[in-house]
Design a protein around this ligand. Sequence first.
Ligand code: SF4
Ligand code: SF4
Length: 169
Amino acid sequence: MLFVPWRYIADWKCIACGKCCKAYSVVLSFPEWLKIVKNYGVDKTVSGLNKLFVTRRNDGSCVFLYKLSNTHFCGLQFMKPKACKLWPFKVLSKPKYGYVNEAVYYYGGDRLFIYADSNCSGLVYGEPTEKFAKYTLNEFVEIALGRRKDQFKTTANIGFLQTYTGFRI
Ligand code: SF4
Ligand code: SF4
């Protein structure tokens, strides 16, 4: 796993490849766990090592991951866990993965450090565009700091999912 400081990233857009929803276990906070259990049942979650997780299928994929042709959708759009909203970025208060100058990001009075997991297929490397630096990262920072819940950068478009699959949350 390689974490790349944001100044080496030109842009990011989720291409709904589903890789992240197959490769990682999603850690839940207690309120997130409670919401999922109330709406979908306790079997959609598992506990282990003092942590709560979303259940994974036998092939390792998240139980809420849906596939249509080559596109993947998240079935938890309206209660998507924070860990999923933040993927593939890590917004940290310390430069855990080095490259201090390339990772530093100023948000208001906060000095933060942002890295991206290179396993994400939606990353484009190069000089950061203004849109990415100002708006995309800003959204991730606000989600990480708990100042925003709504997410415009999503793993799936729920309208599309409902139209083409009849899927309802
Ligand atoms: S966030 Fe990245 S790895 Fe996950 S589905 Fe989107 S493009 Fe793929
Ligand atoms: S984004 Fe949705 S489908 Fe993907 S791991 Fe998170 S909850 Fe599961």
